[in-house]
Design a protein around this ligand. Sequence first.
Ligand code: ZN
Ligand code: ZN
Length: 470
Amino acid sequence: MKKTFKAIISVLMSLVLVFSITSSAFATETEGCDCGQAPTVFVPGIGAVISSVDENGEEYSVFPIENSKLIPGVIGFLPVALITGVFGGWEYVAKALDTLLNDLFADMYCDNKGNPVKETFVDDSHEVTVDRHLNQNYFHFEYDWRLDPYESAAQLDAYIDEIIEVTGHDKVILNAFSEGGEISLAYLDAYGSDKIEKYIAECSAFQGLTVIGKLFTKQSSIESEALVNYLATMLPTVGLDSSLTNLIVGLKYLGIYELVEAIAAIVLDNCFETIYYGFARNSFASMPGVFNFTPAEYYDDAIELLFGDDPKYAELIAKYDRYHNAQVNAGKILKACQDSGTAICLISNYGCDPMPFVGNERYQSDSLIDAKFTSGGATFAPVGQTLGESYVQKNADGHNHLSPDGCVDASTCMFPESTWFVSDFNHWNEHDDLVEWLKAYDGQPTVWDNPDYPQFLKGNAATGEMVPQK
Ligand SMILES: [Zn+2]
Ligand SMILES: [Zn+2]
């Protein structure tokens, strides 16, 4: 079987897009506010810059790794790998690679309790001011994406309290993207939704992603066919001209992708085990914020394979268990919030093949996260197919929840009346206008309330626009 540690790095790098926004002003307090719209707290995806201070008192970036460390590390690795490989074989190459990765990522590691080994910080200088509320009405919550989401949730709770106190509103709108969905689920699980007027989750990772589940259960692989499919569906969503997409896809006739598959297979067959129990376990698998991307169905196997019943991981596994439990009960947790008066809205992008590390599966995704997860349980045809003429909506609730393009049955969602779907959008395509409408809506918005925003939309990646599917 062809397996890949590369997936770890690729997934992480793909996740890295959102960086901090800073503002500075003086915080003041007000008594109530009649501006008419609750403040928005945005919880972004993975990617906050993590900094530390070196022995000379100089601040430096732990993540992303600074080039001054990355480049010499990689350059130094190549001759070592070559020499040890020639004389010692693959085992030595694998060890050299593992050492390189361990060196590069050491400052970012968490210990076997899931806490950062090095004193680090993220830029959380997003001051809460009345001015900011009245102008942008948008507050960015920055967090360390490695941490236990319940730890980030505690910080989020304090941030929400501060916003409530300063702005004079008694509730906020919680808007989450990607890993922000994981942090928010932990928040709603731990603190309930008394302070949340609306919860809007875009491309949410609250139920994990199969790419990570396969990786942590040693089922990753690179298949040439999957690589071609991924490029074919992903590239147009980053606005690439179709002729360029055709060219890249056309390269398959030259055997380029088979070559990539073959090389990856050789390297990975020989290096995966060493990397898995070295670098992967020490790094991403020990970061709760990242490990929690493991979907429920892979959870037990991942824990068993990575940690067995080694007591030194007991505290880490207890943290993982807590979030896993929330993940399994996500529907119940969110429904309880809705029952207590919080509006719940989910937005799911689809139309892309999954990253090419999951064999030849063609489940619907936003190129990163499974669409069945971001939508809270919709039923999808595989990419390139429809559910078929004879398909019957699974839950007959008196509405039509089948998409005009024939790919989606939304009746199986946690929230069939308030989950929106956008085809041909990738993970990073945004939904600004839709989100603004959701925010402004008084009460629980549904897919029946606005003809501009029915349940199923078609995205145009080049312009960023969405139109109702026909
Ligand atoms: Zn206000
Ligand atoms: Zn319905």
